[in-house]
Ligand binder design. Sequence first.
Ligand SMILES: *[C@@H]1O[C@H](CO)[C@@H](O)[C@H](O)[C@H]1NC(C)=O
Ligand SMILES: *[C@@H]1O[C@H](CO)[C@@H](O)[C@H](O)[C@H]1NC(C)=O
Ligand SMILES: *[C@@H]1O[C@H](CO)[C@@H](O)[C@H](O)[C@H]1NC(C)=O
Ligand SMILES: *[C@@H]1O[C@H](CO)[C@@H](O)[C@H](O)[C@H]1NC(C)=O
Ligand SMILES: *[C@@H]1O[C@H](CO)[C@@H](O)[C@H](O)[C@H]1NC(C)=O
Ligand SMILES: *[C@@H]1O[C@H](CO)[C@@H](O)[C@H](O)[C@H]1NC(C)=O
Ligand SMILES: *[C@@H]1O[C@H](CO)[C@@H](O)[C@H](O)[C@H]1NC(C)=O
Ligand SMILES: *[C@@H]1O[C@H](CO)[C@@H](O)[C@H](O)[C@H]1NC(C)=O
Ligand SMILES: *[C@@H]1O[C@H](CO)[C@@H](O)[C@H](O)[C@H]1NC(C)=O
Ligand SMILES: *[C@@H]1O[C@H](CO)[C@@H](O)[C@H](O)[C@H]1NC(C)=O
Ligand SMILES: *[C@@H]1O[C@H](CO)[C@@H](O)[C@H](O)[C@H]1NC(C)=O
Ligand SMILES: *[C@@H]1O[C@H](CO)[C@@H](O)[C@H](O)[C@H]1NC(C)=O
Length: 685
Amino acid sequence: MRCDKFSAAWAGSHVALFLLTAVGQATADVTLTVYYAPGQTPLADGTVPDASATPTAYDDSLQAYSTATLVAPAAPNATAMPTAFALAVPSAVPAGASIEQSGSFFGFSVEMSVVNQVLGKNSSLLQVPFLNLMANLQQRTGRIHVRVGGNTQETATLVESTSDGKILEKDLTAVSGTTDTPPLIFTADLIQMMRNISDLVNVHWFLGVPFNDTNWRLEIVETGQAILGEFLIGIQAGNEPDLYANHGRRPTNYTQDDYFGEFGLLIQALDADTSVQASKLLIAPSVSTNWSPESVLSAGTGFIPTYGSSLEALAVEHYPSDNCGVAFPDSGIAINDPQSLLSTYLSHGSATSIVSPYLNTSEVAQTNGLPFYMFETNTASCGGFAGLSDAFASALWGVDYAMQMAAVNFSTALFHVGGQSVSYNPFTPPPTNESTFHQWTIGPIYYSALVVAEALGASNTSQVLDLNANSGNELTPAYGIWEHGALTRVLLINFANDPTGASTLQVDLSMPDGTLPSTVNVKLLLANNVTQKGNFTWAGQTFGGNFQSDGRPIGAEDIATTACGVPTDGSSTTAACRINVPAPGAALVFMSGTAAADEIAGAPSVTFSTTSVTKVVVATATVPASLLATSNGHGGNGTYQMIQLGSTSKGSVTSAGASIRALPAWAILGSAVAAALGILSTNVW
Ligand SMILES: *[C@@H]1O[C@H](CO)[C@@H](O)[C@H](O)[C@H]1NC(C)=O
Ligand SMILES: *[C@@H]1O[C@H](CO)[C@@H](O)[C@H](O)[C@H]1NC(C)=O
Ligand SMILES: *[C@@H]1O[C@H](CO)[C@@H](O)[C@H](O)[C@H]1NC(C)=O
Ligand SMILES: *[C@@H]1O[C@H](CO)[C@@H](O)[C@H](O)[C@H]1NC(C)=O
Ligand SMILES: *[C@@H]1O[C@H](CO)[C@@H](O)[C@H](O)[C@H]1NC(C)=O
Ligand SMILES: *[C@@H]1O[C@H](CO)[C@@H](O)[C@H](O)[C@H]1NC(C)=O
Ligand SMILES: *[C@@H]1O[C@H](CO)[C@@H](O)[C@H](O)[C@H]1NC(C)=O
Ligand SMILES: *[C@@H]1O[C@H](CO)[C@@H](O)[C@H](O)[C@H]1NC(C)=O
Ligand SMILES: *[C@@H]1O[C@H](CO)[C@@H](O)[C@H](O)[C@H]1NC(C)=O
Ligand SMILES: *[C@@H]1O[C@H](CO)[C@@H](O)[C@H](O)[C@H]1NC(C)=O
Ligand SMILES: *[C@@H]1O[C@H](CO)[C@@H](O)[C@H](O)[C@H]1NC(C)=O
Ligand SMILES: *[C@@H]1O[C@H](CO)[C@@H](O)[C@H](O)[C@H]1NC(C)=O
């Protein structure tokens, strides 16, 4: 049962302060100027006095910031999980490895009703942390896929303007269906905002055409194509049509054949619309639980034979569990207990059981030359589980699940971003009325994204195979990744939770048909335990806890170097690289080249400075003229020190941990610098 409820927190009105830092001409040094919100007058030294009306507390009643924790499963014994094992991985691509995957495999799905929280306020006020989060991935993969849509796309209507000038509004008085999803109206500036983001970071987008009835409202397609151009990849037509009857959007007798017929009507309408380029545009059938994809593909005169020329890709959506019983107490839906489900997520069986119903469709897609998308997914629908969806367990789960999807030939997987009333967000902006002193909260799924981004890399040639490691032990999955036909990386996961250290894996990695390098680089995904919230680390870097991130990783990158060869302790006579994987944790082993070289293969990192610009901040930055001179869109290749903006937290709020720690000078400003400067830094609302 899929029944997401979005962001009740958004219903209220918000006090917001808007500070925009703009930039002068890109000549020599550039000084940023802070514009204050109305009523705020800077003092002579550039600071603004603290106002008594400034909020001093944060609202952790919102599910996205819940501090609830679960109890970790007991450590496995040696029978349940042998800790020392050999893993022989061929240098050449073995049979059964996946199609060639792109680095953009792991993307995001942003519920349409929260885009003005997550992406920006409008086309001239972008969320800088979002840009940084995308830039981190772009550095590793070259490109990111983001879908804007979800349940709320179905009733969305493009309008000339809204009464209060916002790009998106909800009509809360007209809630319909059982998902509590209010109809949306939005302006073209929402799409302009997406385009402006793509001009800064290489995000490509999916949108959805409203399908709540067959009085087609095609404006989102027309405007989407006109404004986004090549950055628009495809249009979803029907979001979980198998649940339309449950959600009251269609009569209870609504069938696959009905959807088939309506899909044909939509194609006719698109073909008749001279403002639309309709070929290879649509994404379908996006079914979740009630209908199998096969049942839709075989409807009518056959979905692919009939509509193939209009299809961009096949897609499904899936959440392995739901929190609907809690989200909708009156629904009578059974309540799932996250504590008893925790060990299910800490098992390779979760990933393999999710993909198994889709293996046939994956093959059908490939046979027909169509990509196959997991268009919306996450730990659990109806907001996910506090204590599970937001804990380290989900970071490991997300890595295993995404790699499993890659291994079985999905070609893109989009992890959903709801609002402040959900637990599973990869990243969550602070509540609007707290954005002057709080920053973003980075969830476990974003760490999964980073790991998978590096595992797949930027070559577009990554083939993935589930290695069935440790005799298929469910706690210790592993994947091989081959690029340009040769083994380049191995990913190892340890799902066990064992603070004693006794469950640390000792994996002897060998390459029977090739020569092992004398050393390999290893990066670790770590936390103290599977129930930890926040402060996870990937290669030593973190995004902190609740409200602590501006989207840039903090801390020095820690890449271990492990020697390979015949073990000196006599435990084996086979040359191997002995990799330790803590319990819990994941390790990415770089079999060739260095981790740093692989990482940089995507695109130069672009970072966007932000501060939690309170009223006491003056942000100034200096950008070397040489940097501006050499920036050239996505191809810059110089390495530059990141400018560091002054940053200040609201002094009185220490418990919330709003301080931005000193930023390491790790960041590289390369591509799109000149454009970036247009909005560089300090958007606050
Ligand atoms: C922000 O708004 C929410 C929802 O209206 C409220 O519960 C919370 O207390 C507010 N936070 C502050 C710091 O005023
Ligand atoms: C090891 O753990 C498994 C699974 O929890 C259990 O069935 C088995 O009895 C345990 N064996 C020993 C020797 O404790
Ligand atoms: C975006 O919002 C800001 C603050 O409300 C406003 O000043 C600006 O004009 C808006 N930009 C656009 C393009 O509407
Ligand atoms: C579909 O959504 C539009 C926009 O919200 C609304 O005007 C229309 O009445 C809806 N159709 C149905 C059948 O509810
Ligand atoms: C399905 O239900 C609708 C409304 O209840 C009804 O008008 C229609 O005839 C039914 N269709 C079939 C095929 O039974
Ligand atoms: C695979 O899917 C196709 C079409 O979607 C269907 O015709 C075929 O029967 C399915 N095969 C299996 C084994 O389910
Ligand atoms: C994925 O595609 C490759 C290439 O066609 C194929 O060899 C492999 O068997 C497929 N995997 C699955 C699980 O279908
Ligand atoms: C990977 O694919 C994307 C999308 O098709 C393309 O833009 C990019 O240039 C490709 N990267 C490489 C290294 O070929
Ligand atoms: C898990 O790790 C966190 C962070 O270090 C710690 O606060 C918590 O007490 C640990 N939980 C258990 C059960 O050890
Ligand atoms: C994360 O680490 C910071 C700094 O060490 C600490 O202040 C904060 O409480 C931690 N947050 C969590 C959720 O453990
Ligand atoms: C980028 O690298 C190429 C090839 O190494 C070199 O020719 C070019 O000058 C470099 N550009 C910059 C801006 O450093
Ligand atoms: C963003 O969009 C506006 C249109 O609202 C455009 O005028 C502006 O130049 C764009 N900004 C950037 C930084 O691309």
